[in-house]
Write a protein that binds this ligand. Sequence first.
Ligand SMILES: *[C@@H]1O[C@H](CO)[C@@H](O)[C@H](O)[C@H]1NC(C)=O
Ligand SMILES: *[C@@H]1O[C@H](CO)[C@@H](O)[C@H](O)[C@H]1NC(C)=O
Ligand SMILES: *[C@@H]1O[C@H](CO)[C@@H](O)[C@H](O)[C@H]1NC(C)=O
Ligand SMILES: *[C@@H]1O[C@H](CO)[C@@H](O)[C@H](O)[C@H]1NC(C)=O
Ligand SMILES: CC(=O)N[C@H]1CO[C@H](CO)[C@@H](O)[C@@H]1O
Length: 364
Amino acid sequence: MAGLITKQLLVVIMAACLLEWSISADCPEGCSCVSSPPAVTVTCNNPNLTSVPSGAPKNTTLFVIRGTKLSALKGGDLEGLSHLNTIYFDDNLISTVDIGSFVGVPGLNYIEMVHNEITALPPGVFGSLKKLDTVDLRWNRIKSIQKGCFKDLPLLTAVYLQGNGLENIEVGAFSNMSKSIMIRLDDNSITEIRKGAFVGPQGKSANLALTKNAISYIHEGAFAAFGDLGSLSLANNSLNSIEGAFSGLKSVSTLDLSYNKLQALSDTAFSEITEMSTLNLEANEIKVISAKTFASLATLTGLSVQNNTLASFDVSLPSTLSTLQLQNNLLTSVPSLPSGLTYLDISSNPIEYLEGKQFAKCHP
Ligand SMILES: *[C@@H]1O[C@H](CO)[C@@H](O)[C@H](O)[C@H]1NC(C)=O
Ligand SMILES: *[C@@H]1O[C@H](CO)[C@@H](O)[C@H](O)[C@H]1NC(C)=O
Ligand SMILES: *[C@@H]1O[C@H](CO)[C@@H](O)[C@H](O)[C@H]1NC(C)=O
Ligand SMILES: *[C@@H]1O[C@H](CO)[C@@H](O)[C@H](O)[C@H]1NC(C)=O
Ligand SMILES: CC(=O)N[C@H]1CO[C@H](CO)[C@@H](O)[C@@H]1O
């Protein structure tokens, strides 16, 4: 009986070995190399490691270096790994990435170097990576994205740069990427968005997140290159005006301007935008909204202006609007409302009286 079990076990182990085995002959010292066709994974997590080990198998597809003292990526470090498609170089001490770091790895499409100490990205560093899909450099110390840094990368769909202490995005920093690019720049210290920081063609499903920065100024036409945007989040910044900020932007599905310092909205704030489905203006200091502020937004379905200091709300609202949040303002009467509204919160306003039939059309 015991012998039978052992035999079966042996067969299972042998079968497993056919699918996956360690390559010992051709593996850098202190690393483990596992071949599991079509993947070949090299993992070098020795905490004493200080440079990218040479001698990885030529057919390496995934290179992992985590939790080491690796402090620099140098030109040629990955050269010759022509099948490499993914690197996970997280939690190291990488502070410099030389311009030639990614030369000779044309198949590299996924770069993850989260939690390092990278201070700058030399423009052109990704230039040879025409298959590049994702760059994840969260939690580094990149202060500025220089002109030409993310340029002519036709398949690039995701750039994560949250938590870098980024202060500056140069004109030409992002240009000619995939139409469905997602750029996440949240949790940084960006103070202004210049026209030309983002250059097309960038299309309808592009998403741009700039939450939790220190943005107080958006140059006129700064988002014009996008034309159409999926979502744009500018929540938790220091904007006190958005005049001209959205000029040239034709459509944005979701626009989040909550937690800023906006005081007033004029008729031209969104007048060039013809397509928008939700607009969040929560927790600003808005006292005045001009009558035609939302007039061009013919497809708007959700609007939040909660937690502002609006004493009146005499604005024309699109007939498509179904959700309206007006709570925590200084409204003394209920404004006129579009007939399609299915959700209204107007609590915490000093409303003195309700006119007869005010909500008549809300109850079918
Ligand atoms: C990778 O190359 C090694 C020899 O260096 C070989 O043993 C292994 O089968 C190859 N793996 C794949 C997935 O091509
Ligand atoms: C790292 O270096 C220290 C000090 O030289 C040594 O004691 C330790 O064994 C090394 N660790 C590994 C995983 O090689
Ligand atoms: C955009 O990038 C592609 C691919 O690198 C390139 O062929 C093309 O010329 C670039 N277009 C512009 C307008 O720079
Ligand atoms: C919004 O208003 C409610 C009620 O006054 C308050 O509890 C909440 O903290 C406010 N939020 C902000 C961010 O102002
Ligand atoms: C989108 C976003 O991050 N909003 C946050 C802004 O800050 C407030 C207060 O800290 C949070 O409650 C929001 O979630």
